[in-house]
Design a protein around this ligand. Structure first.
Ligand code: XMP
Length: 236
């Protein structure tokens, strides 16, 4: 499924919110919590990002079951931040797409995804490259941003990740990437960025984890985030 499908879901639900489902803990608890969250958040969340935390907690079979159950309602993004040589990247992405993931996040810095992007499109899946990380010590990303941006644009990744805590880089990425290359911004609320802020700087989607799945009322939290996003987009 291409990112155009994610944008259609965004328009349908009036939301730019992607849930980072980073549940970590006992298998049964994480499985039932994941199912509970996805069953209540469907009106506000358009995509679900799954990575090491949930996969290590509930296993590949557990992740497969969740994707199977909710594949018609959410766009599923695999976030294992892949950074390997080309043939391993292709083999890994093939397995993830066979599991039902619609997009896969990879690192850009190994510069090993030239063949992966068209290969993934052939599988009807999208590639999202990590362009900038949200934490303070991400100096190597900052120093090499221009090179990474040129590479991302050149290989035609479908999207990039830029931390919402660094809105100036979102703005720069929006200026330098093609318009159909979409920007995903994590780091909202718990890492300091306010909901909707990244969208104002040119991001297309916001990724939120703890502020939703650790909230006493996850539905209310998701609703408030989406309302802030709608205001941010309306003000533009
Ligand atoms: P929280 O709980 O902070 O979760 O809302 C954030 C989620 O997003 C991921 N994350 C990042 N991924 N570049 C990335 O590629 C970043 O700058 C970044 N910041 C946060 C993190 O893995 C978690 O799933």
């Amino acid at each position: 499924m291409s990112l155009a499908n994610l944008m259609s879901k965004a328009e349908e639900k009036g939301s730019r919110l992607i849930l980072a489902l980073d549940l970590l803990g006992p298998k049964d608890y994480c499985s039932s919590r994941a199912v509970y969250l996805l069953s209540i958040l469907r009106d506000y969340v358009i995509g679900v990002k799954i990575g090491h935390p949930l996969t290590l907690s509930i296993g590949i079979k557990g992740v497969l079951d969740i994707i199977k159950q909710y594949s018609s309602e959410y766009f599923f993004i695999a976030d294992f931040k892949l950074a390997d040589v080309p043939h391993i990247m292709k083999a890994t992405v093939k397995v993830l797409v066979d599991m039902g993931f619609n997009a896969v996040i990879t690192h850009l810095f190994p510069m090993s995804i030239d063949e992966l992007v068209p290969f993934s499109h052939g599988l009807n899946a999208s590639i999202i490259g990590v362009l900038m990380m949200s934490h303070k010590g991400a100096i190597l990303f900052e120093k090499n941003l221009s090179v990474l941006l040129d590479y991302a644009r050149g290989v035609g990744v479908d999207g990039v990740v830029v931390g919402a805590t660094k809105p100036m880089y979102i703005k720069l990425a929006r200026e330098r990437l093609n318009r159909d290359q979409l920007i995903f911004a994590p780091g909202v609320i718990r890492q300091g960025a306010t909901a909707g802020e990244a969208l104002k700087f040119g991001a297309d989607f916001e990724i939120v984890g703890r502020a939703i799945y650790e909230a006493s009322d996850p539905l209310l939290s998701a609703r408030r985030i989406v309302e802030s996003e709608r205001e941010a987009l309306h003000d533009q």
